[in-house]
Design a binder for this molecule. Structure first.
Ligand code: HSE
Length: 308
């Protein structure tokens, strides 16, 4: 018996919620196949789509998370092999390590007959994310696993809330072929912010959430300004402000860095606006000689799913 699952990419931070907000995309994402094996514990059969992920089970986010799950379930004697099909770019700001960790735990839980709920799997997938970037945060993992737009009150306790999704909200995400490692992108951040910035950021965060509850696109747009993280990280992404200005000119509600970068996301009202705006943003990277990929779509509401 084999189980094949899909776990989507995600946009963490959404500009105003560093480490505490994220949404899932319809695509891209990772696929993982799980099957019982003769050995003991987690192992990796094959990895496709990249040659940069470790085969050693304790170093790979998918098997590391799944092994933690097996240990918790008291099933560490069981052997399970994963094939990892990486279908999204690595070091992209699209939650690549989170998608692998989610797919790993979700596939193994499904193979074992669903002993835990999706929500109960969250901790194990976050352990995989922590392996990748050294920090225990669920802003990519939670939306990838559960779908939707997720707010995290506190990462340590994984106290999370699913936020409402206005019907016409559509994301455009541009991935430029420039690598930014999350660990590096976290290390450049100053540890403190001023009271003035705290007030501006919390006002925007709270109003963004109110905008989602009220499907108030104008309030969402007015609130999508990051006073804290984007000004520090923009230097890591070539032509960031040129692209952001283009997004706003193309009627984006807001635009900022996706996760730790280098991908850039913009939110639009309606599919047509997102397609046109996304193309204009992508074009700027290409004019500057940087190949880029555009993903557009509504927020993924299902999260990780079993394919077969
Ligand atoms: N919140 C994280 C960051 C997301 O911005 O560093 C990337 O893992």
């Amino acid at each position: 018996m084999e189980i094949r699952v899909f776990a989507p990419a995600s946009v963490a931070n959404i500009g105003v919620g560093y480490d505490i907000l994220g949404f899932a995309l319809e695509s891209p994402g990772d696929e993982v196949v799980a099957r019982f094996s003769d050995g003991k514990g987690m192992s990796i059969g094959q990895i496709t789509g990249t040659n940069r992920l470790p085969f050693s089970p304790e170093k790979n986010t998918a098997t590391f998370s799944a092994q933690a799950l097996l240990n918790f379930l008291g099933k560490s004697e069981i052997g399970i092999e994963l094939d990892i099909h990486k279908k999204m770019p690595f070091g992209s700001g699209l939650g690549s390590s989170a998608a692998s960790a989610v797919a790993g735990v979700f596939a193994v839980n499904t193979l074992l007959g669903n002993p835990l709920t999706k929500k109960e799997l969250l901790h194990f997938a976050v352990l995989g994310e922590q392996l990748a970037d050294g920090s225990y945060h669920a802003d990519n993992v939670a939306p990838s696993l559960l779908g939707g737009i997720i707010l995290i009150r506190e990462n340590a306790t994984l106290d999370i809330t699913s936020l409402p999704i206005p019907d016409d909200l559509v994301a455009a995400v541009i991935y430029p072929e420039v690598e930014v490692l999350t660990r590096d992108s976290r290390n450049i951040l100053k540890p403190d912010i001023s009271l003035q910035k705290c007030i501006a950021q919390t006002g925007n965060l709270a109003s963004f959430i109110a905008g989602l509850y009220r499907s108030d696109y104008e309030l969402i747009g007015r609130s999508l300004t990051d006073h804290v993280i984007e000004p520090q990280r923009a230097v890591l992404i070539p032509h960031f402000y040129e692209i952001k200005n283009m997004a706003l000119k193309m009627d984006a509600l807001g635009c900022s860095i996706s996760g730790a970068g280098p991908s850039i996301f913009a939110l639009f009202k309606g599919e047509t606006a997102a397609q046109k705006g996304g193309m204009a943003m992508k074009n700027i990277f290409e004019v500057h000689g940087i190949p880029a990929t555009l993903y557009t779509g509504k927020i993924n509401q299902g999260g990780a799913v079993v394919l077969s």
